[in-house]
Design a protein around this ligand. Structure first.
Ligand code: NAP
Length: 446
C-alpha cells in the first residue's frame, strides 16, 4: 500500500481488485477515490455523494457501503499540496491502487505546464476508452422533436489522435525543424503545405498589396501538429465497443471516421475496425463488404458493423437517430459527437462519462461539463452529470440495482418538474430547486 501524505485512507473498507481474466472483484465496502472538482464541483459533489450513499443504503439495507476517499487535483490541490501541484503524484497513486474512482469538473490551468488535467489523467492511467452513453430521460427539455429516439453509446478513443498533444507553434525552431525535414525527405508532400516557404508567403503578400494592403513582413508561420492513430489503439477501442454490444445486446456498431480525407489515420481506423470485427468476432462481409455482420452461432449473432463519415454522421444523428446504436470513433470526432449528441437529450448539465482501461481495471467516471465558475458556491447547478456518471460507475462495479434505482428516481423527479435552474428555464410550470435539494428529492424517490 502506498504511503500517503495528505490522502486519508478510510479505516473500514477494502480495495477493488482485478484478476487475470479482467474480472473486477468488488468488496461490499469498496474504497473509492473521488476528486470533488473546482468551481461548482464542491456543490455538485456534495449533492451527488448524498444521493449515492442514500441509494446504496436503501437498496442494499446496510449490507453494502461505499468508503469514499478524497484525493486532490486542480485548485483544491494547490491549497493542500502547494503551488504548481495541480495533479500530485499521490492522486495518481491512489487511482492506480484503488482502480475505480469518480471526479467532478476541473479547471484547465492556463499557461505553461499540464495542458488539461483531464487529458493528463486519461493519458497517465492509459484510460483508453471514453465511454459516453447518450439517452433521453422523460421530461428533460430538448431542442429536438423526438429525443426519445436518441439511445446511443459512444466509445471515443482516449489516448491518441491530436490529443497526444504533439504540436509545434508557428515560427518556432521546432516547427521549422519539422518543415525542413519534410522538405528534404518528402519534397512532394512539402509542396502541399500552402504557405510553407518564404516564396509562397511573399507571393501572396504581393497579391494583397496589389489590392491595397500596406506592405508588411510575411515570414513563414506554419503550426504543425501530429495525429498518431495506431493499429493497437484502434484494436483495443473497437474490441471494447464490440464486446459492449454483445454484453448489452445492442444491434449495431458504427465506426465513425474521416477516412475519405485522412486515409492513413482515420481511414486505417475504419479498416482496422472491420478487421477486428472479422478476425476477433468472426463477422462476415455483407454483400461484398466492407460492412459486416456477426453470423448465427457466434456470440453477438446479428450485430452489424458499419461505418459512417464524421460530417454526415453529425447530420444523421440528428435526422435519423434510430439508425445509430453503439459508435466507435477516434478522439477528436468523439469529442464533437458526444457534445452534439448530449445537446439533443438535454445538454451539458446531465451528460455523463467514464474513462476506462478494461485490461488494468482502472476507471474514472466524470462530469462532462466544465467548472461553470460563475455559479460556484451558489448550490445552483444541475448535479445530473456527476449523478449519471455515478450510475455508470455503479454499473461498472456490478451494483446494477443501485444504478437502476437512481435512474428511475431521477426520471421521476424530472417528470414531476422539480428541477435545477437550467431545466426550469426551459420547462413550463417547473419548480426550480437548488442543487442539493434536487439530489435530496431524487434520493427521496428511491
Ligand atoms: P462550462 O464550465 O461547462 O460552462 C459552460 C456553461 O454550461 C455554463 O455557463 C452553464 O450554462 C452550462 N453548465 C455547465 N455545467 C452545468 C451544470 N452542472 N448545470 C447546468 N448548466 C451547466 O464551460 P466553460 O465555462 O467553457 O469552462 C470552465 C472551466 O471548466 C474551464 O477551466 C475549462 O477548461 C474547464 N472544463 C473542464 C472540464 C472537465 O473537467 N471535464 C470540461 C470542460 C471544461 P449557462 O450559462 O447557460 O447557465
Amino acid at each position: 500500500m502506498a504511503d500517503y501524505k495528505h490522502v486519508k485512507v478510510p479505516k473500514e473498507g477494502e480495495k477493488i481488485r482485478i484478476d487475470d481474466h479482467m474480472k473486477l472483484h468488488v468488496p461490499d465496502r469498496p474504497i473509492l477515490p473521488f476528486i470533488e472538482g473546482d468551481g461548482t464541483g464542491p456543490d455538485i459533489w456534495k449533492a451527488s455523494q448524498h444521493l449515492f450513499d442514500e441509494t446504496v443504503r436503501k437498496v442494499y439495507g446496510g449490507k453494502r457501503k461505499i468508503e469514499w476517499m478524497e484525493v486532490y487535483a486542480g485548485e483544491k490541490s494547490l491549497s493542500v499540496y502547494g503551488p504548481g501541484e495541480w495533479l500530485p503524484d499521490e492522486t495518481l497513486d491512489a487511482f492506480k491502487e484503488y482502480l475505480v474512482g469518480i471526479k467532478g469538473p476541473l479547471t484547465t490551468p492556463v499557461g505553461k505546464g499540464i495542458r488539461s488535467l483531464n487529458v493528463a489523467l486519461r493519458q497517465i492511467l492509459d484510460l483508453y476508452v471514453c465511454l459516453r452513453p447518450v439517452r433521453w430521460f422523460t421530461g428533460v427539455p430538448s431542442p429536438v422533436k423526438n429525443p426519445s429516439k436518441v439511445d446511443m453509446v459512444i466509445f471515443r478513443e482516449n489516448t491518441e489522435d491530436i490529443y497526444a498533444g504533439i504540436e509545434y507553434a508557428a515560427g518556432s525552431p521546432e516547427a521549422q525543424k519539422i518543415l525542413d525535414f519534410i522538405a528534404k525527405e518528402f519534397p512532394k508532400d512539402f509542396s502541399k503545405i500552402r504557405f510553407g516557404t518564404e516564396k509562397a508567403s511573399q507571393e501572396w503578400q504581393k497579391k494583397l498589396e496589389s489590392i491595397g494592403m500596406s506592405a508588411r513582413p510575411a515570414p513563414v508561420q506554419v503550426g504543425v501538429g501530429i495525429k498518431p492513430i495506431s493499429y493497437l489503439g484502434s484494436e483495443r477501442l473497437v474490441h471494447s465497443a464490440l464486446s459492449y454490444c454483445i454484453q448489452h445486446k445492442r444491434k449495431s456498431l458504427t465506426l465513425v471516421h474521416k477516412g475519405n480525407i485522412m486515409k492513413y489515420t482515420e481511414g486505417s481506423f475504419r479498416d482496422w475496425g472491420f478487421q477486428v470485427a472479422k478476425e476477433m468476432f468472426g463477422a462476415v462481409e455483407i454483400d461484398g463488404g466492407p460492412w459486416c455482420q456477426i453470423p448465427a452461432g457466434k456470440p453477438g449473432a446479428g450485430i452489424v458493423i458499419k461505418d459512417s463519415i464524421a460530417d454526415i454522421t453529425l447530420q444523421q444523428v440528428l435526422t435519423r437517430p434510430e439508425e445509430f446504436d453503439v459508435i466507435a470513433t477516434p478522439n477528436l470526432n468523439g469529442d464533437y459527437l458526444s457534445d452534439a449528441l448530449a445537446a439533443q437529450v438535454g445538454g451539458i448539465g446531465i451528460a455523463p462519462g467514464g474513462n476506462i482501461n478494461y485490461l488494468t481495471g482502472h476507471a474514472i467516471f466524470e462530469a462532462t461539463h466544465g467548472t461553470a465558475p460563475k455559479y460556484a458556491n451558489q448550490d445552483k447547478v444541475n448535479p445530473g452529470s456527476v449523478v449519471l456518471s455515478g450510475v455508470m460507475m455503479l454499473n461498472h462495479l456490478g451494483w446494477n440495482e443501485a444504478a437502476d434505482a437512481i435512474e428511475r428516481a431521477l426520471e421521476k423527479t424530472i417528470g414531476a418538474k422539480t428541477v435545477t435552474y437550467d431545466f426550469a428555464r426551459l420547462m413550463e410550470g417547473a419548480k426550480e430547486v437548488k442543487c442539493f435539494e434536487f439530489a435530496k428529492l431524487v434520493a427521496g424517490a428511491i
